[in-house]
Design a protein around this ligand. Structure first.
Ligand SMILES: C[S@@+](CC[C@H](N)C(=O)[O-])C[C@H]1O[C@@H](n2cnc3c(N)ncnc32)[C@H](O)[C@@H]1O
Length: 246
């Protein structure tokens, strides 16, 4: 087994681990119907950019769930620096286990992470842990148009064979007892600022790393960024606001 962890070398210390940004998190948060949220879970929190934003805005404890310890260590440090350390509780666990640990969730948030256990599976797994009327807010990669350049589609279906359209993702929600209240498509800048513009230079520096798994991850990352540049509007990240139907 390699002594290097490609994930830590590429992503360690990054302020965000996927497309998004505080302004978008806040925009979506402000559209939410309903009043007070008591039990709040951030599934696949990573280093917690959005966790900190939720804690700061809602002034309630946010339970950050992730299965990668170094990201949670980073999150605790960042939350404390942001003055919300007392409002963030970290849980080193698999997000598929959320219903075993939490019940009657008022707000389940998850940015760019649900796909790790399969988007539809995540909805079906988490829905029973939601309070009736509770809100599930997830961002997920989606097909935005009928097609796109062939090399872009080949890459996309290669890395994410089960990718769906926004309408199909909404239908997956219906199947899990969730009503789609709203959707919000992230603009292309949300992929670049704070994410690809940080990740790209990191990947380039790792191209000559002595460990082949690190080099491979660097090459794949740079390929992903290149494909994005020529993808037009064929795919994007979409926020879904779902309400658990009573
Ligand atoms: C693309 S990152 C997104 C992180 C963060 N939400 C953000 O937008 O910056 C996906 C996160 O999901 C976590 N993750 C992947 N599979 C997981 C699982 N089965 N259970 C818990 N966390 C998981 C990873 O460790 C990573 O932090």
């Amino acid at each position: 087994m390699s002594e290097y962890n490609p994930i830590d070398l590429l992503f360690g210390g990054m302020g965000q681990l996927g497309p998004g940004g505080d302004a978008y998190t806040l925009d979506v948060l402000k559209t939410l119907p309903g009043g007070e949220f008591e039990t709040i879970v951030d599934a696949g929190s990573g280093s917690g950019r959005q966790t900190i934003m939720l804690a700061r805005e809602l002034r309630k404890v946010v339970h950050a769930v992730d299965n990668h310890g170094p990201f949670l260590d980073d999150l605790r440090r960042r939350a404390s620096e942001a003055g919300v350390g007392h409002l963030v509780e970290t849980h080193l666990m698999d997000m598929a286990e959320i219903p075993r640990v939490f019940s009657a969730i008022d707000l389940l948030w998850s940015e760019g992470a649900a796909y790790n256990i399969g988007f539809e599976n995540a909805l079906r797994t988490w829905a029973p842990a939601m309070k009736p009327g509770g809100l599930m807010v997830l961002s997920e990669l989606a097909l935005l148009s009928e097609g796109g350049p062939q090399d872009v589609m080949d890459f996309l279906f290669g890395v994410y064979p089960s990718i769906q359209t926004t309408a199909q993702n909404i239908a997956s929600g219906r199947g899990a007892g969730l009503r789609a209240v709203d959707t919000y498509t992230l603009p292309r800048e949300a992929w670049v600022e704070g994410y690809y513009d940080v990740l790209g230079p990191r990947a380039e520096k790792l191209l000559n790393h002595p460990d082949s798994s690190v080099r491979e991850m660097a090459v794949e990352t740079l390929r992903e960024i290149d494909v994005f540049k020529s993808s037009g509007d064929s795919y994007g990240y979409v926020f879904y606001v779902f309400e658990r139907v009573a």
